[in-house]
Design a protein. Structure first.
Ligand code: NAD
Length: 419
């Protein structure tokens, strides 16, 4: 297996994908200029008291790409490698994602440069509360609604909700989604991203005549998206042949038991050294023999350097931006179906939308109703994108971007330019 590859600048990648769709749509240059750039980019530098008594200054971002179809919506990630360009790319992808599944939100994203694995829970709470305060000038239940992303979870969302509510003097659950159920979270939110990935993969497999039962699945990333996808695809009858986290990967051609792998990770901090599996590197799980590949970790992992070695027939992008434009071309040329991120992982934001609606009306739905509504939305979006891809003889990413960009352009056009 081969050396790791370095990722492209994700914002350049997002703009390149946008230009390809805009070109195909014959969008005017004036409209392209409006849609190409984020509406707002907020950078905040703020001090946090560490457990040692030291005060460390952190940098965070909140970017709103476009709000013509509704309030801005998008996750917050913590990590040492967070950059403004990454947040800008993720915000743009959120705009297209909400449009492709037809939910009334624009796109946003946030991030803080920090190493959450080296911080205590108390330090993370202080960092979250101060960051929330710093970005409270742009977030709100009717303006911009954050959610979890890499290295943030329902506890972090609870701290954001509490901080924002403390400033207002009463509880405002709809300011953030992905919250615990006890404070206005939604049934089904935790599994929503992976459930959506399963729904669209079922549709893709059906179109290819590939039975999901017995299909071999390899998954990069073992967090909210990846670990839950492993469980759901396993329950569907698939064979999970490989999984990985930041420290490495494991492979067993006869299949791994995802719940045993998760227990092992909880006890040892990583999937590596799982018994009865071959140790492989993080990048190798992208290339092992499998039918379905689910990148569920980070951007820019499938590139011109390794796409030719991908053996899967379906790539279902649970992660945002895992495939570079060059890799897209290589995969398309060898008839690999790539279900693009803005469609494949839209289950998360769709159930976030359900959570927001439930919070605003203070009336909550059961998990069966949520799953049914999610399935309708995901299947409808998949069919629309697949039809467009057939019509234009193009890959599903271009088709999904065309679908989304035309809908945002139409909203921009009909609203008109203020003043
Ligand atoms: P998470 O923090 O729960 O898990 C991330 C996983 O990826 C971890 O197992 C980590 O070890 C692994 N990882 C991180 N960086 C890596 C790297 N450089 N190489 C290999 N592995 C790495 O995060 P998550 O919420 O599961 O998000 C994963 C991806 O899914 C991200 O791209 C995120 O934007 C996307 N996504 C998540 C949601 C959601 O609801 N959580 C929704 C849509 C999209």
């Amino acid at each position: 297996m081969h050396e790791e590859v370095t990722a492209l600048n994700p914002y350049h990648m997002a703009v390149q994908q946008f230009e390809a769709a805009a070109e195909k749509l014959h969008l005017s240059e004036d409209m392209r200029e409006v849609l190409r750039q984020p509406k707002r980019e907020l950078t905040v530098n703020f001090p946090v008291r560490l457990d040692s008594g030291r005060i460390k200054t952190f940098t965070g971002y909140r970017v709103q790409h476009n709000v013509n179809r509704g309030p801005a919506k998008g996750g917050i990630r913590y990590g040492p490698d967070v950059t403004l360009d990454e947040v800008k790319a993720l915000a743009m992808w959120m705009t297209w994602k909400c449009a492709v599944v037809g939910i009334p939100f624009g796109g946003a994203k946030g991030g803080v440069i920090c190493d959450p694995k080296q911080m205590s829970s108390a330090e993370l709470e202080r960092l979250t509360r101060r960051y929330t305060t710093e970005i409270s000038i742009v977030i709100g239940p009717h303006s911009d609604i954050p959610a979890p992303d890499v290295n943030t979870n329902s506890q972090v969302m609870a701290w954001i909700m509490d901080t924002y509510s403390m400033h207002e003097g009463f509880s405002i659950p709809a300011v953030v989604t992905g919250k615990p159920l006890s404070i206005g979270g939604s049934e089904g939110r935790n599994d929503a991203t992976a459930t959506g990935v399963l729904f669209v993969t079922r549709q893709a497999a059906k179109r290819m005549g590939m039975p999901l039962k017995g299909a071999r699945v390899s998954i990069q990333g073992n967090g909210n998206a990846g670990a839950i996808a492993a469980r759901l695809f396993h329950n569907e009858g698939c064979k999970i042949v490989a999984v990985s986290d930041t420290r490495g990967g494991i492979y067993n051609e006869s299949g791994l038991d995802p719940s045993a792998v998760l227990r092992h990770k909880q006890e040892r901090g990583s999937v590596i050294d799982f018994p009865r599996a071959q140790r492989v590197r993080v990048q190798d799980v992208l290339e092992v023999p499998c039918d379905i590949l689910i990148p569920a970790a980070t951007e820019g992992v499938l590139t011109a350097a390794n796409a030719g070695r991908v053996q899967a027939r379906i790539v279902a992008e649970a992660a945002n931006g895992p495939t570079t434009p060059e890799a897209d071309k290589i995969l398309f040329d060898k008839d690999t179906i790539v279900i693009p991120d803005i469609l494949a992982n839209a289950g998360g934001v769709t159930v976030s939308y359900f959570e927001w609606v439930q919070d605003l009306q203070s009336f909550f739905w059961g998990v069966d109703e949520i799953t049914k509504k999610l399935e309708v939305i995901m299947n409808r979006a998949f069919s629309a994108v697949a039809e467009k891809a057939d019509q234009y003889h193009c890959d599903m990413r271009l088709a999904a971007n065309m679908q989304a960009i035309s809908s945002v352009a139409e909203a921009t056009q009909v609203r008109g330019i203020y003043p």
